[in-house]
Design a protein around this ligand. Structure first.
Ligand code: NAG
Ligand code: NAG
Ligand code: NAG
Ligand code: NAG
Length: 818
């Protein structure tokens, strides 16, 4: 048995009390009436027009426009090692390729026609560039942009429906479209897929568009990240399915399944591989940079290609992230942070999270994990509240001395830039679609305000180079239009007026790619004979006979033990928590009683400011921003919003919102047994068909109630526990007093007779599954061997059926009587 403390956070007793004063009225409405929504949607469209016309005027045909100096921007041909600049640029008009579908979404038909005319003219030249590009970035931006636009122009109007008048022009463009974007995609795909032509089946990270492997310095071929190696699966599979040329899908499937087969015992993939040596280069994983779109594409591939194998990859990974990486996320927690962990022992590996991880709540919504999504998103919302942006890397675990954070107020900003990344607004969009909570619109309107002012430049939009000083970047990456503005615009499409949310798309089973390109696949898109022969004559040597049936799914969790065989338990049933979680979606987190009311569920929680308290050393308003929270920048405290949507607040009608006290108890992880076997551990929910014969713990008269868990086997579990000691505030806002502890400790006598009388443990989560306050975990009895030296065993049972861990009684875990 192993007793592991991964981290320990002590909270000082303090009452957080936030008052919203009436006089601090912030400009701009928050009612989100139809005319207000129209207005902010139109404003977003104007921002897009500004960015697009700037690019066309000053950047095109180069990859980007520099927003501050109004110059074109492309690869650094003088320095091949300048990968920050070169990886996403190939001198291939990247902004144009990444935004063809954006033009369709924003309804810019004339601009679309211009772009198509240009591309048709250039199609045989555009990718023939002696330039080294990163395979991943070029795939998701350029290849994805081409494939998405091809699918849109080919299949958008395929079903027999009446076409709204506003689409007459687009329909015309579709009717004249002959599929040349797919030819371009195929051309680009062939230039990129050579990266996968390795002995190890693991791709090199970069290729030269004109010469393939030739002319690439070995330093630029060495390390491929997991996202980069696995993510092309959506684009490559779609390219193969649309053209009938199998090589792309074949190679990416080999890579994907090889990597998944090489996962750790915890079902996790590290972040970096050496394709030449066929080796993992690290043993760390998380949800952010280098591994993010691995999970995303497992889930999205399973959706558009109806693939159980990929769903299993996603659900097993997610389950493992919940068990090991998730910090917080318990029923009384405000936040859920997925930290980087070691793939083998599941222990925390770094002290920070990164900005890219802000996409994760969107994926959680898409995969039916809405409650988790809200808590994960809440973390990034706080970062936005303080920084008006999200630092590329932010430290949330105190490293070194607390005074270091006082000496250097920006110590937690480990990487200081914010290039107008889309991930947070992307998640906000998904969460609004799932919950319809107006807070997500309020977040969008704050971001819109910043984009319209601070982030707007003469020729586009500029992100921040240094959040600590406020210095701007002179760069507008292709995703600013392609994702940030696109998601913002779609967030404001409350009434589903845009085609993506309407009838035209309702039966297509589409998803957004990781670069926000809508993608789908259906029978109508299958290549006909002439297309097939056209692309097969162009294709490489690889023989491949299809993917159907090459994967098979296996269950997410091990088989359950069920309750002990006993007539007493006839009315009780167990439902495997993870099976249930991955087989039905939480469709909405909205509380029924608030439907019909203008209310935000945010004001129902009384722990809205616990995060600020807990991370007060890590959150700081940069000196150049107003030093108040009441100027509208702190989104949850926005006065006009609260006036309208604060109806659900604990004290109705008062601008007076009282938070619960943050817990002052310590919490830490306890790992029992072998982490490698945790995937098979049964965690089930208990429920009963009727309650006429409740089962009780004989001595304590404790009844099984719904919400309780059944965890029969203690040989591989990870508990998040709270240590209850006299004088502390617990996670449910109660003061723990001596008599409570005494009432629990003085009653039971353990087998080995050494009970700690000063403290109790309370389980908050078991293998990532949160336990509700008051609920109990029931387990089976087990035999105990008392240590000969009289010390406390790792696990013990009191005579009234409580679990004891190293001599400390667990408040909410009981042995089910036989
Ligand atoms: C959108 O905004 C622009 C610029 O402010 C304005 O000229 C136009 O009339 C607005 N359109 C709508 C439909 O509100
Ligand atoms: C980059 O693209 C531009 C415009 O298409 C072209 O004029 C130029 O020759 C290209 N540069 C290189 C080095 O390929
Ligand atoms: C833990 O479990 C794994 C997988 O079953 C096994 O290979 C390993 O030997 C176990 N470790 C210990 C210390 O028992
Ligand atoms: C057990 O609890 C129930 C309800 O809380 C109560 O009605 C019953 O009398 C109790 N039984 C014993 C033996 O204490």
């Amino acid at each position: 048995m192993l007793f592991g403390i991964t981290y320990l956070l002590l909270y000082v007793f303090q009452v957080v009390f936030a008052e919203i004063r009436t006089e601090n009225y912030v400009k701009g409405g928050s009612a989100f009436t139809p005319s207000h929504i129209n207005h902010i949607k139109n404003q977003t469209r104007q921002l897009f027009k500004h960015a697009w016309s700037s690019y066309m005027e000053y950047g095109f045909p180069f990859d980007e426009v520099r927003p501050r100096s109004c110059e074109p921007y492309g690869p650094d041909y003088n320095d091949v090692f300048n990968i920050v600049r070169n990886d996403a640029m190939g001198n291939i008009s990247s902004t144009l390729l990444d935004n063809l579908d954006t033009l369709i979404i924003f309804g810019e038909w004339e601009e679309l026609e211009k772009a198509l005319t240009y591309l048709r003219k250039e199609k045989n030249r555009i990718f023939d560039k002696d330039t080294i590009v990163q395979v991943f970035e070029t795939t998701i931006r350029a290849l994805g942009g081409l494939l998405s636009s091809h699918v849109l122009l080919t299949d958008l109007f395929s079903q027999k429906r009446e076409i709204p008048a506003k689409f007459t022009k687009l329909k015309q463009i579709c009717d004249n479209y002959d599929g040349f974007l797919l030819e371009m995609a195929h051309d680009l795909g062939k230039r990129l897929v050579v990266a996968f032509d390795t002995k190890s089946n693991l791709p090199i990270p970069r290729v030269n568009l004109a010469t393939g492997w030739k002319k690439i310095p070995s330093q630029l071929k060495k390390e491929t990240c997991t996202s980069g190696a696995t993510s092309p699966i959506l684009e490559f599979s779609l390219l193969s399915r649309l053209t009938g040329d199998p090589q792309f899908e074949h190679l990416i499937q080999l890579t994907f399944s090889k990597l998944w087969t090489s996962r750790s015992a915890l079902n996790l993939l590290p972040m970096t591989i050496d394709p030449k040596k066929n080796l993992w280069l690290d043993s760390i994983t998380g949800i952010g940079a280098s591994v993010d779109s691995f999970y995303e594409y497992a889930a999205k591939h399973s959706i558009i290609f109806n693939d159980d194998y990929m769903w299993n990859v996603f659900s097993s990974s997610y389950k493992s992230l919940l068990s090991h990486s998730a910090q917080g996320g318990g029923n009384t927690d405000y936040e859920l942070i997925f930290s980087n962990i070691n793939v083998n022992d599941g222990l925390i590996a770094t002290s920070w999270i990164d900005s890219l991880g802000a996409f994760f709540p969107g994926l959680q919504v898409l995969t039916g994990q809405v409650k988790d999504a809200m808590k994960t998103h809440a973390t990034y919302l706080k970062l936005w509240d303080y920084f008006d942006s999200i630092p590329e890397r932010w430290e949330f675990i105190t490293v070194g001395k607390v005074s270091d954070y006082e000496d250097n107020q920006y110590k937690s900003i480990l990487l200081e830039w914010y290039p107008l990344r889309p991930e947070f607004i992307e998640s906000t969009y998904y969460l609004y679609r799932a919950t319809r909570d107006p807070m997500y619109l309020q977040i969008g309107s704050r971001i819109l305000e910043l984009l319209s002012t601070k982030y707007k430049a003469k020729c586009g939009f500029n992100g921040i180079q240094d959040i600590r000083s406020g210095e701007f970047q002179n760069r507008m990456e292709t995703f600013v239009m392609g994702e940030t503005l696109k998601y913002l615009y779609l967030l404001f499409d409350v009434d589903n007026d845009e085609f993506l949310h309407g009838d035209l798309m309702s039966e297509k089973g589409w998803v957004f790619s990781t670069e926000a390109h809508p993608m789908w696949f259906n029978k109508r898109l299958l290549p006909d004979e002439s297309t097939r022969s056209k692309y097969s004559s162009l294709s490489g040597k690889k023989k491949y006979t299809g993917t159907e049936g090459t994967h098979h799914s296996s269950p997410v969790t091990g088989t359950g033990y069920g309750l002990p065989k006993n007539k007493k338990y006839d009315n009780f049933f167990t439902k495997n928590h993870f099976k249930a979680r991955f087989s039905q979606c939480e469709t909405t987190a909205r509380q029924p009683e608030s439907s019909g009311l203008l209310a935000s569920s945010f004001y129902k929680s009384d722990n809205l400011f616990h995060f600020d308290h807990k991370f007060s050393k890590h959150l700081v308003r940069p000196h150049y921003l107003p030093q108040t929270h009441l100027d509208g920048s702190y989104i949850e405290l926005s006065k006009p919003f609260f006036d309208i949507y604060g109806l659900a607040a604990p004290q109705k009608g008062h601008h007076h919102f009282q938070s619960s006290r943050p817990p002052s108890t310590a919490s830490y992880d306890i790992i029992l047994g072998n982490v490698s076997e945790m995937d098979g551990a049964e965690i089930s929910e208990l429920y009963s068909t009727h309650n006429s014969h409740p089962i009780t713990n004989l001595h304590l008269n404790k009844t099984i109630t719904s919400g309780d868990l059944w965890v029969p086997d203690l040989s591989s579990l990870r508990f998040k526990v709270e240590k209850l000691t006299h004088g502390n505030i617990d996670t449910t806002n109660s003061l723990i007093d001596e008599s409570y502890i005494a009432s629990m400790t003085q009653r039971g006598i353990s087998n080995c007779c050494r009970i700690n009388e000063d403290e109790l443990l309370r389980i908050l989560k078991v293998n990532g599954v949160p336990l509700s306050p008051g609920a109990v975990i029931w387990t089976r009895t087990f035999s105990i061997q008392c240590p000969k030296d009289g010390s406390s065993p790792a696990l013990d049972i009191t005579d009234d059926g409580r679990l004891v861990i190293y001599g400390t009684i667990v408040e909410n875990m009981l042995v089910l009587p036989l």
